[in-house]
Design a protein around this ligand. Sequence first.
Ligand code: 5GP
Ligand code: ZN
Length: 114
Amino acid sequence: MEDCIFCKIIRGEIPAKKEYETDSIFVFHDITPQAPIHLLIIPKAHIKSMNEIDSLDPKVIHQIFEVIPELAKKNGIFEKGYRVVNNCGTYGGQTVGHLHFHLLGGRHLQWPPG
Ligand code: 5GP
Ligand code: ZN
């Protein structure tokens, strides 16, 4: 997608602190971290939101979730715990229209969210 900021990050047109990459997924640090560790895990395929998850290859969905505990280990948050978040749509608080999962950790996160 031409104008999508996350597609631009994947293509290297916008700089980002890359954490991990495969042929089908990309992981980078959130520009406005909400916790000591705040990563964004995205498919390289441009999927707008969780509502379109059906159009994503199930192998890629599996890859996304499989890598999460690995990223948690690598970032020292595996033992104490962490949170995986997807914001979908306006009421869900989604601000970027490219499916992404937040991985947050490194502090005690509150619940419920605001
Ligand atoms: P959402 O609110 O859609 O769930 O999450 C979008 C996230 O993308 C936000 O946490 C925001 O800080 C992050 N973000 C927006 N623009 C950029 C950017 O250009 N670079 C990086 N690394 N993160 C971004
Ligand atoms: Zn995109």
